[in-house]
Design a protein around this ligand. Structure first.
Ligand SMILES: *Cc1c(COP(=O)(O)O)cnc(C)c1O
Length: 338
């Protein structure tokens, strides 16, 4: 089976499993799990921040960040494609009683003017704008990357207007691998960052929220409230620590394989258009939804799994279980489709 549905389907490698088995653990709610403490310290240092917090999921790290940065009735400026808006179960409203002011652009990347024109004046009629959130890479945009200069420009709008800036960096390591900026260069532009280890990095569970000491202290309170305080979770955090140390460089292989795949698909007669891939996500457009349904079942009959992203599009995601042969077999299978 070749599984392109998501990079979340990855399982721990044998080396990762061995490292996890040997993890030193303790009660993390008491702050006594040394593996988690090490992970948090390494991740915070890497991104140029003071502190970090290990959580069960990227949804939780994002939601805790929003809760910590805002008050009920506030407004967040973010892109309409944002995971925080699209795929977190309405958590912005549920957890924080906050509303969104959405930006609409093609790839999920936006400009300072898009933010500026959405900042509310200080007036009792309006919601209070308190937070801007960026997603890098942007999943729904097609694994698209922000340039460092584009981030700097948003950062300065936020500083000038007293707004906090959050990064949903579920796939920030893919952006770093593709754009060659350092974690610290990107990290220091933000007040908080959420990174996932259960995606392309291949750990089984977990995300980390990064920020300054005061922010993380408050975040820890909200993690407990949301039921995310775990005990001997060092066994799973060890998977994240292993991934952090050993799986970042290889993300470029996933990007190369996605390029290979899209190059093999883009000239097929039934493919209408392929978005040029920037990382490990490929978006392929078809003329109608019947073609999409038939292609999905043709692939499934040939032991290849992927999923639709809208009625006329299919999303492919490459990850550490794929080989060049898998890509060839996928191209051959689709070339046979008529
Ligand atoms: C996967 C993902 C998350 C977090 O998802 P969880 O499944 O809750 O870990 C957050 N943001 C983006 C952009 C994602 O792709």
């Amino acid at each position: 089976m070749i599984d392109y549905r998501s990079d979340t389907v990855t399982k721990p490698t044998p080396e990762m499993i061995s490292f996890m088995q040997l993890a030193e653990v303790g009660d993390d709610v008491y702050g006594e799990d040394s593996t988690i403490n090490t992970l948090e310290k390494e991740v915070a240092n890497l991104f140029g921040h003071e502190a970090a917090l290990y959580c069960p999921s990227g949804t939780m790290t994002n939601q805790i960040a929003i809760k910590t940065h805002t008050q009920p009735g506030d407004e967040i400026i973010c892109h309409a494609y944002s995971h925080i808006y699209q795929y977190e179960g309405g958590g912005i409203a549920f957890n924080s009683a906050v509303q969104t002011n959405l930006i609409h652009t093609d790839r999920g990347v936006f400009a300072p003017a898009d933010v500026e024109e959405r900042i509310r004046p200080d007036d009792v009629h309006f919601s209070r704008t308190s937070l801007v959130s960026i997603e890098n890479t942007c999943n729904k945009g097609g694994g698209t990357c922000w340039e460092l200069d584009e981030i700097k420009a948003i950062e300065s709008v936020c500083r000038n207007n007293n707004l906090k800036l959050h990064l949903d960096g579920a796939r920030v390591f893919n952006a770093i691998a593709a754009k060659h900026y350092t974690p610290q260069e990107i990290g220091t532009k933000f007040d908080s960052i959420s990174v996932c280890f259960s995606k392309g990095l291949g750990a089984p569970v977990g995300s980390v929220l990064i920020g300054n000491t005061d922010f993380i202290k408050q975040a820890k309170r909200w993690r407990k409230v949301m039921g995310g305080g775990m005990r001997q979770a060092g066994y799973i955090a060890a998977g994240a620590l292993y991934a952090l140390r050993h799986h970042r460089e290889r993300l470029q292989e996933d990007h190369k394989r996605m390029e290979l795949l899209i190059n093999g698909l883009k000239n097929l007669p039934f493919v209408e258009h392929c978005q040029t891939p920037e990382t490990n996500i490929g978006i392929v457009h078809f003329s109608d939804s019947q073609t999409v349904d038939r292609i999905l079942s043709h692939l499934k009959n040939n032991a290849i799994l992927t999923s639709a992203m809208g009625p006329k599009t299919i999303r492919f995601v490459t990850h550490l279980h794929h080989t060049d042969k898998d890509i060839e077999r996928t191209i051959d299978t689709l070339t046979e489709f008529a």
